[in-house]
Write a protein that binds this ligand. Structure first.
Ligand code: ADQ
Length: 473
């Protein structure tokens, strides 16, 4: 029996005795490696001046971390360029923001090839490989070219748009079909999986039986695996964290006002500017609430080297200032806007203290903040989640107040509805949401994906091949 090798763009090697709580991907990887010893392979996050890439190896808590550094050029072309300025916007349906260059595409393919070259030396014939996210789409192809017949699975954490949008990606035909080199391709929702299958049918002439596509005598399975959180642990954390002095200080500072919370990376996909406009509309149209509610928007800066991110940072900062100027009083600031990153315990405590969780991305693979907000609530007196219908989480969280983030009227109305929702309805909705998240937690997600990967059909029998059309038919 081989080992599990998880591959992702970025790896955080845990520091000895560190009490810091792991981020989303780290929790997911640990959940997948829980019952097996294994390897986590990826970029160290360091940029080196040398073009020769050396790997480092650290063993911690039975997981072997193997990392490589990137050269300045690789980092610029692969990471800042192709992944963040081309794949990220296009996969989030923002063709208008994509800045394509052939050079960045070459850098992207080159780094994937580096990854494959280093992995080549590590992989045993029975090892199972699980590759994460859009940074590494061509990795299986690069491994297959080196002769690896291992089971290799891929999970896309962000949305997969329909072929009408995917085909706007220059050179999509070189990149997207290479996903067929995986044995299993997992998406956050059934819609994402369906969009990809339409691409394969329309652009590659492939046909599926129950989401199994046959490509050159091999089968590629496509399915939805909605990512979860550590639901029980998060609920427990929130119960304890609401008593933290910092959280208690925030609650006291509200002076009895209801708290609305938004927590996001500062990214155009999160819809923060639209959300601020909807909150402004709420203050204008439901003026009774003026002075009785405080909206805390925590927005951690990210990808600051990329111009689009500097632009939205300015836009959002000035919109918050304008709304506060127009509606605030000497003793009341409607919006508290902060760019800090908080620990998960502080966030959990703040979520629990908030009457409303406002999660309104324009497009999001899943959105874990929505799930963390639900898990953090006091079941006897829960807050209400307002959730964009365009977040992957909306597929599971049907008992949230689902809104269209492009329609400020619907968001403003939902804020009013959430703030005045009777206790019995809040409890019913929360019970239903918490039940869904308790069932599909992060461990369940990792187990489901790995079981599907282990069971995915690989080579077809001759009879099966005759039954199914293959490439170009
Ligand atoms: P992200 O785009 O990073 O992830 P998200 O799912 O919302 O988005 O995860 C954010 C994580 O960062 C959450 O755990 C949240 O608590 C944390 N976070 C956000 N702001 C923070 C702050 N100010 N301080 C501390 N922590 C903060 C990508 C996809 C998502 C998908 C995830 C997982 O874009 O759609 O849900 O991967 O698959």
């Amino acid at each position: 029996m081989g080992q599990l090798v998880v591959v992702s763009n970025r790896i955080a090697i845990p520091e000895k005795n560190s009490k810091a709580r792991a981020g989303g991907l780290e929790v997911a990887v640990k959940a997948s490696l829980k019952h097996k010893s294994g390897i986590w392979f990826g970029w160290s996050g360091k940029i080196t001046a040398h073009s020769k890439i050396a790997t480092q190896r650290v063993v911690h808590d039975k997981i072997t971390y193997i990392t490589l550094d990137l050269s300045k050029e690789d980092h610029q072309e692969y990471y800042n360029g192709f992944t963040n300025r081309v794949l990220w916007p296009i996969l989030h349906y923002r063709i208008d923001l994509a800045e394509f260059s052939r050079r960045d595409l070459s850098g992207y393919l080159r780094v994937n090839d580096h990854f494959a070259r280093e992995l080549h030396a590590l992989l045993g014939p029975d090892d199972i490989v699980w590759v994460h996210d859009y940074h590494l789409i061509p990795l299986a192809k690069a491994l297959r070219e080196r002769g690896h017949k291992n089971r290799i699975g891929f999970f896309l954490h962000i949305p997969c748009p329909p072929p009408e949008i995917l085909t706007a990606l220059p050179n999509h035909e070189r990149l997207i079909p290479s996903l067929c080199e995986y044995d299993l391709v997992g998406f956050q929702t059934g819609d994402d999986a369906f969009n990809f299958s339409r691409y394969l049918t329309r652009e590659c002439g492939l046909h599926s039986r129950d989401f199994n596509f046959v490509v050159a005598g091999r089968t590629v399975r496509i399915d939805a695996f909605p990512v979860g959180i550590e639901t029980a642990a998060f609920a427990d954390l929130a119960r304890r964290s609401v008593r933290l002095p910092f959280v208690q200080g925030v609650i006291a500072s509200l002076g009895g006002r209801a708290l609305i919370i938004g927590v996001d990376r500062l990214d155009y996909s999160k819809g923060i500017a639209h959300r601020l406009s909807a909150f402004e509309l709420f203050l204008r149209t439901q003026a009774d609430w003026q002075g009785k509610v405080t909206y805390l928007q925590i927005a951690t800066k990210s990808r600051t080297e990329i111009p689009e991110y500097a632009t939205i940072e300015q836009e959002i900062g000035s919109a918050a200032g304008r709304i506060n100027g127009a509606y605030g009083e000497a003793d009341w600031t409607p919006i508290r806007y902060v760019n800090r990153a908080y620990s998960h315990s502080t966030l959990a405590g703040l979520y629990r203290a908030a009457r409303v969780g406002l999660v309104t991305p324009l497009r999001d693979g899943m959105n874990l903040v929505a799930k963390e907000y639900i898990a953090s609530q006091n079941p006897n007196d829960p807050g209400v989640l307002i959730l964009s219908r365009f977040a992957g989480a909306a597929h599971e969280c049907k008992a949230a107040l689902l809104v269209n983030p492009y329609d400020p009227d619907s968001v403003a109305a939902a804020i009013g509805q959430a703030l005045s929702m009777p206790l019995a309805e809040r409890r019913d909705r929360h019970e239903s949401l918490f039940g869904v998240l308790s069932h599909n937690d992060i461990q369940h997600w990792a187990d489901r994906f790995l079981t599907a990967l282990e069971q995915a059909p690989t080579a077809l029998s001759q009879f099966e091949q005759m039954q199914m059309p293959s490439v170009g038919s």
